[in-house]
Design a protein. Structure first.
Length: 376
């Protein structure tokens, strides 16, 4: 069977029932792998199948179903990268995801995926050229990106590639680096829609957590936390913020400050507040009472009602009967006595998010509720 025949079959099925695309996506996925009908090493084969199905749905005025297909296409390429250990060009999938979300009025997701597509195009460009691409045209025309913005993206992408690890296989890594440098041009969206979590990319970040010395471990977890924070709706992040710096000294350092700029009232904004802090503890042991109290002191100093600790092993006391001992019971008392909510994200939470997807905000709100509605 040729790709044209396969695509014709799929579109014929969709013409009978265009509302549900689950079976169409499953057939596309099953036929996409190296050595199969849709070999990801040849992007043209993806265009002849995935892209044609996506285009049919858009032309049929079914943008939500088209979004499902294009995200499944992008996800499948990322899954196969992880499976085979080498990079595939994902510019076509990312670009069309941007087109779809832009047509749905979801500008944050649109710019996110257009920027991912542009990063992919940078890697396909020789030397240090700044490519002129369709994704770049959308960013320039609809979102006022300047030449300097494209130069910044290209420099960050090539710098990441030069490090030699597999992070550069995922364009999201470049976007995280831009966000940490406060150079990520993403519009501040109204509403509560997350940027979809790239699960294979998250799994790669999780796998890197135990590697290296203590300093590298801390940086690895800070990078992961930055990625997840950057997917939240309407946020800006500031890493390694020093309180009252005076020359080489400062009072304390905050791993990550997250500011929610969204103007629409949401549960996430109400629960976490306009500003919240993130602390990263990539340790082989749980966080104890002393470190928990130190983090709460930072929260109180910054007048933040909520903070998040990324701790691979959770809090001390989680393993005792009913999980109420040591730092765990101190966490609950801080909320009950002082209205300070400390959310703890463990490796198990990260594994769950990587396995089942969804938005990071759902993980945060579930952890928030476990603190607010627990009792001693």
């Amino acid at each position: 069977m040729t790709t044209a025949q396969f695509c014709a079959e799929l579109i014929q099925e969709l013409q009978k029932n265009p509302i549900s695309v689950a079976s169409t996506i499953e057939r596309l996925r099953q036929n996409t792998d190296e050595g199969l009908l849709i070999d990801p090493t040849n992007e043209q084969l993806c265009f002849e199948t995935w892209l044609n199905v996506f285009g049919f749905l858009l032309q049929s005025k079914l943008p939500n179903q088209a979004a499902e297909v294009v995200m499944a296409w992008y996800d499948r390429l990322n899954e196969l990268q992880a499976k085979h250990g080498h990079k595939y060009h994902k510019g076509g999938a990312a670009h069309n995801a941007g087109v779809c979300f832009f047509s749905l009025g979801e500008s944050t997701k649109g710019v996110w995926f257009f920027t991912c597509a542009y990063v992919e195009d940078v890697y396909n460009s020789p030397n240090n050229l700044i490519p002129e691409t369709l994704a770049g045209q959308h960013l320039r025309v609809h979102f006022n990106f300047a030449q300097s913005d494209f130069e910044t993206i290209a420099a960050a992408a090539r710098e990441l590639k030069a490090l030699g690890n597999s992070l550069w296989h995922f364009p999201e890594a470049t976007l995280v680096q831009l966000a940490r440098n406060r150079k990520l041009r993403i519009p501040l969206q109204r509403g509560a829609s997350n940027v979809p979590v790239n699960r294979p990319f998250l799994r790669l970040l999780i796998s890197m957590l135990p590697d290296g010395d203590d300093n590298l471990k801390k940086k690895s977890l800070e990078f992961l936390a930055s990625y997840l924070a950057a997917t939240l709706p309407g946020v800006r992040i500031s890493p390694n913020v020093k309180a009252h710096p005076q020359g080489a000294t400062f009072e304390h350092e905050i791993d990550l400050v997250v500011i929610q700029y969204g103007s629409t009232p949401t549960y996430l904004l109400e629960a976490l507040g306009r500003h919240f802090l993130i602390e990263c503890k990539n340790w082989d042991k749980p966080v104890g009472v002393r470190d928990l109290n130190h983090f709460v002191a930072k929260m109180r100093f910054s007048r933040c009602k909520c903070g998040i600790i990324f701790s691979r092993e959770g809090l001390s006391g989680d393993a005792v009967p009913q999980g109420l001992g040591f730092a765990r019971i101190t966490q609950l008392r801080w909320y009950q006595q002082d209205d300070c909510v400390v959310i703890v994200i463990t490796k198990d939470d990260l594994d769950e998010l990587a396995a089942h997807g969804g938005g990071f905000s759902e993980t945060l709100l579930s952890a928030y509720e476990s603190v607010r509605f627990s009792s001693e």
